[in-house]
Design a protein around this ligand. Structure first.
Ligand code: CTP
Length: 472
C-alpha cells in the first residue's frame, strides 16, 4: 500500500500545482530535497523541485498564470527547465527524462522519460523520493529505491550503480560527501569505493561548483566528517593539495612534531562550535597551511616552522585564485587571520604587557575577537592541565584587550594629530618629516608612552619636531 504524505503539501503553492497539472493534463511530482528535508524535519524549504511527465516549461507557465501575482517564469530551453519564485520560495520545473540530468550540466536533454526513468537518474536514493501532485493519488510517496529506509538508516546510496551515477555527473562525489557531513550520514561502501576509483573525474567539474560544495561542508556542524572523507577518497589532493601536505609525523633524533592535518581538522570542528562565520572557518582550515613548506629540523631547536604565518597568508591568495574564489575583502580577512594566527598565543605564553596588547588590537582592528576565537579553537592538546592553562591564558588576554580598549581606544586607530595639522603648525610642505612625526606619535601611543588623546599627541609632536630640528 502506498503511503500518503498529504500533510507535506501544506504550502498553498501545492494546491495551485495540483490544479495546473490537472488543467495541463500532465502528471507531476514534488521531488528531491523538499521531500527529503520534509521527512527529516529540516525546516522550511528554500526551493522546491517539480518533475513533470511531459513539459516542465508548460507546467511552469500554467502555474504562473494561476498565481495571483503572475510571477515571471525564467525558461532554460536547452535544459528543458523553468523557474519561478513565489512567496520567497524558488520553484524549479523539469520534464522527466531518460538521460542523466542536471540543470547546470552542459548536456542537452536527450529523451523524455517516465517518473521512474527520472528517479533512476538522480544522485541518491534519499534525493529520488517523490510525492504525487496528481488527482488520482495526491500525496502518495513514490520511493522505488527504499529512500525512506536509507533516511532512517542514515545512508547515502546511489539508485543505480555508483559508477554510472558518478560518471553522469562527477560533482555528485562531492555531493555525497557534503550530504554525509550535513546530515551526519554514512556513505554506502560501494559508493565510497567508486568515489576513490573515479576521483580524477573531478577535474572536469568547474571550480565554482566544487567550492560551493566545500563551503557547504565547512558550514556544517562538524566539517571534519567531510574533510576526512575528502582525504580518504583522495579528492582532497585535487582540491587542496596544500592541506594534504600537512599530513604526517616526522621523527628525527627522537623528536616528533604533531600531525598538522588532523590537528587542522580538529581546529575547524572546534571553531564551528563557536562561530557560523564561514570565512573564519576557512581561516581555521588554512591557518597552518604554511607549515609544510617552512618545516625544518634543527639540532638544537627541534622542529620549526619559522615564518609559516607569512608564507601561509601568501598561500591563501594563491589557493583562492586557483579555486576561482573571490579575491575580495573575504580573502583579505582569511589572509589576515592566518598571518596573525600566532600573535595571541605569544601573548598568552608570556607575561603580557599593555603595549603588546595595544599593538595586537591596533593590528587586528575590528577582527580582534575573530582572531581570539581562532586561537582558542587552536587548542587541541589532550592534556587537560595544559588545555586549562591555555584557555585561562586566553581569558586573561581577552580581559586585557577589554581594559586596553576601554582606556586607549586603539581599534581603528586614527592619529589624533593629522598630517595637515602638522603641516599647518610648522608651515611645512608635504615632506618626509610629516610622516616621521606622525609615525612617532603612533608608536608613542602604542607603546603607552603617551595617552591616546589630542593634547598629549600635540605635545609629543612639538618634542619630536624639535628633535628633527624643525622650527616652530
Ligand atoms: N540532483 C542530482 N544530481 C546533481 C544535483 C541534483 O541528481 N548533481 C537532483 C537530486 O534529486 C536533488 C535535486 O536534483 O535532490 C535538486 O538538487 P539541488 O537543489 O542541488 O539539491 P537539494 O537536494 O535540493 O539539496 P540542497 O538544497 O541542500 O543542495
Amino acid at each position: 500500500m502506498q503511503q500518503t504524505f498529504q500533510e507535506a503539501l501544506q504550502l498553498p503553492i501545492f494546491t495551485i500545482l495540483r490544479q495546473a497539472a490537472k488543467e495541463n493534463r500532465v502528471d507531476c511530482y514534488v521531488i528531491g530535497g523538499f521531500v527529503r528535508d520534509y521527512l527529516l524535519h529540516r525546516g522550511t524549504p528554500k526551493d522546491i523541485d517539480i518533475v513533470a511527465i511531459g513539459s516542465g516549461i508548460q507546467l511552469a507557465e500554467k502555474v504562473a498564470s494561476l498565481l495571483p501575482n503572475k510571477p515571471k517564469v525564467s525558461v532554460f530551453k536547452n535544459f528543458g527547465t523553468a523557474m519561478l519564485k513565489y512567496q520567497g520560495v524558488e520553484l524549479e520545473f523539469v520534464g522527466a527524462r531518460k538521460e542523466s540530468y542536471h540543470h547546470s550540466s552542459r548536456k542537452p536533454i536527450i529523451e523524455n522519460g517516465s517518473l521512474e526513468d527520472d528517479q533512476n537518474r538522480r544522485d541518491f536514493t534519499i534525493n529520488a523520493l517523490a510525492i504525487s501532485l496528481n488527482e488520482r493519488n495526491y500525496g502518495a510517496l513514490i520511493d522505488p529505491f527504499n529512500g525512506v529506509t536509507d533516511l532512517k538508516e542514515k545512508i547515502i546510496r546511489t539508485p543505480l550503480s555508483p559508477e554510472i551515477t558518478y560518471s553522469d555527473d562527477p560533482l555528485r562525489m562531492m555531493r555525497a560527501i557534503r550530504f554525509a557531513t550535513q546530515l551526519e550520514f554514512k556513505i554506502a561502501l560501494p559508493s565510497l569505493q567508486a568515489i576513490g576509483a573515479n576521483k580524477d573525474r573531478i577535474t572536469i567539474i568547474s571550480k565554482e561548483r566544487i567550492v560551493d560544495e566545500l563551503c557547504k561542508i565547512l558550514a556544517s556542524k562538524k566539517p571534519s566528517i567531510g574533510l576526512s572523507l575528502l582525504h580518504k577518497t583522495e579528492l582532497l589532493s585535487y582540491i587542496l593539495p596544500e592541506l594534504v601536505a600537512l599530513q604526517g609525523i616526522e621523527e628525527i633524533e627522537g623528536q616528533r612534531h604533531k600531525d598538522n592535518f588532523w590537528h587542522t581538522l580538529e581546529v575547524v570542528d572546534n571553531i564551528s562550535k563557536t562561530t557560523d562565520n564561514l570565512w573564519l572557518r576557512w581561516a581555521a582550515l588554512l591557518h597552518d597551511i604554511g607549515k609544510a613548506p617552512t618545516k625544518k629540523f634543527h639540532k638544537k631547536l627541534g622542529w620549526t616552522f619559522h615564518g609559516h604565518e607569512f608564507v601561509g597568508a601568501k598561500m591563501v591568495y594563491k589557493i583562492f585564485k586557483r579555486l576561482r574564489m573571490p579575491l575580495n575583502d573575504k580573502m583579505k580577512f582569511v589572509q589576515k587571520m592566518v598571518l596573525m594566527s600566532s600573535r595571541p598565543i605569544v601573548l598568552s605564553e608570556d607575561f603580557t604587557t599593555d603595549s603588546a596588547v595595544r599593538r595586537l588590537v591596533f593590528d587586528a582592528g575590528d577582527n580582534v575577537e575573530d582572531l581570539m576565537t581562532l586561537c582558542e579553537a587552536d587548542i587541541t592538546t589532550k592534556n587537560i592541565k595544559k588545555q586549562n592553562k591555555y584557555k585561562n591564558n586566553f581569558k586573561l588576554v581577552r580581559q586585557k584587550i577589554k581594559e586596553v580598549e576601554e582606556r586607549d581606544q586603539v581599534r581603528n586607530f586614527q592619529p589624533p594629530v593629522s598630517g595637515e595639522e602638522i603641516m599647518r603648525i610648522f608651515n611645512l610642505k608635504p615632506s618626509k618629516e610629516i610622516g616621521i612625526i606622525k609615525e612617532a606619535i603612533k608608536e608613542a601611543i602604542l607603546d603607552g608612552k603617551i595617552p591616546n588623546d589630542y593634547e598629549s599627541a600635540k605635545q609629543y609632536m612639538f618634542k619630536k619636531a624639535e628633535q628633527l630640528g624643525i622650527k616652530y
